[in-house]
Design a protein around this ligand. Structure first.
Ligand SMILES: [Fe+2]
Ligand SMILES: [Fe+2]
Length: 337
């Protein structure tokens, strides 16, 4: 276990994934050359399925340059104007698809109340894993989620300079916990790497990017998109609220799944930690982050509600993919582990 975790700390950057279509092929090819190499025409983003593998992978790779980047990619690509133009075209497609799918979403207060309602007879991924999940399901789930959890809370950190006053102070208080409260071994991304090691997975950054389908990529892309654009700060806060409000009960079920299958102490600890931490975070986010933001900028209410609706929409799509595969006894990943 220690060897694998040490490997994580060493592998600061990921490796470029394989292409999934014309658009991602063009972007990945360019990134192998120095910044400024020819890119696909932004118009090619218009032809790609906005929620499909090709566009979502190309978008994921272009966002990754703002996080840890890729070992073999020139860091100057991060602010390459031509790449930003292609990225903007992909973002427009993606946002348009999300607006379409969430049209008529509830207002922010109803949306938050709905998030709190747990179905009496729950169905869905965390219920399935708690009641029937086997180790291979848990390993697939962790490999899938590693795309976010190995950079847990990073996409949300982009919004900090865009907040102020009560919302900023409360937001940073929650992020402080996510980043370990000053202790490297408690950073949630590190706790997740330890979970992966318990499950016999490789916790190297980006290791399962090729295995992750569009339904997972779009989840992470939504956070990056909302975090990187000041215009979407309200929706980013809505995303953050959705994660924090729904995390505690879901984490309880996942901790039970890890315990029942004997996945290991670190695997159980990651979710057990989120049961208690997120019960507190939920209160702070509702009262002070959303409350503070909307007191200062009431016009952002519908953006916050859109952020909640878009997050729920993409989480539902991912849940459907996982359950459809598992009910069929097959892998939810693009290739089995
Ligand atoms: Fe966390
Ligand atoms: Fe949290």
């Amino acid at each position: 276990m220690t060897d694998l975790v040490t490997a994580t700390e060493a592998a600061l950057e990921g490796e470029l994934p394989g292409a999934r279509g014309e658009l991602s092929h063009g972007v990945l090819n360019a990134l192998r050359a120095p910044a400024g190499a020819p890119l696909p025409d932004p118009g090619s983003a218009e032809r790609a399925d906005p929620l499909g593998d090709d566009l979502q992978l190309a978008l994921y790779v272009s966002y990754e340059l703002h996080y840890r980047g890729f070992a073999e990619v020139d860091p100057a690509w991060e602010w390459d104007p031509a790449l930003l133009a292609v990225r903007a075209a992909m973002e427009r497609r993606f946002l348009h698809a999300l607006r379409d799918r969430t049209a008529g979403h509830p207002d922010v207060h109803d949306a938050l109340d709905e998030l709190l309602v747990e179905p009496v007879d729950g169905t869905g991924v965390s219920y399935f894993l708690r009641d029937e999940g086997q180790l291979w399901h848990l390993r697939e789930y962790a490999a899938m989620r590693s795309l976010y959890h190995l950079k847990e809370a990073d996409p949300h950190a982009w919004v900090i300079p865009r907040l102020h006053g009560r919302a900023k102070a409360a937001f940073v208080a929650v992020e402080f916990d996510e980043f370990g409260g000053g202790r490297a071994e408690r950073v949630h991304a590190r706790l997740f790497a330890d979970l992966m090691a318990d499950l016999g997975l490789d916790p190297s950054y980006g290791r399962y990017l090729d295995a992750a389908p569009a339904e997972m990529l779009s989840n992470v892309n939504l956070m990056s998109l909302l975090g990187l654009h000041r215009a979407h700060r309200g929706a980013l806060v809505g995303h953050f609220a959705t994660v924090e409000v729904t995390s505690s009960p879901g984490s309880r079920r996942l901790a039970e799944a890890m315990r029942r299958t004997g996945a290991g102490p670190a695997a159980e600890h990651f979710y057990a930690e989120h049961v208690t931490a997120d019960a507190v975070h939920e209160q702070i986010v509702r009262r002070d982050v959303i409350g503070g933001l909307l007191a200062d900028e009431p016009s952002l209410a519908s953006d916050v509600a859109f952020g909640i609706a878009a997050t729920t929409c993409l989480e539902d799509r991912l849940g459907d993919r996982l359950m459809a595969a598992w009910q069929d006894g097959s892998t939810s990943l693009r290739a089995p582990l």
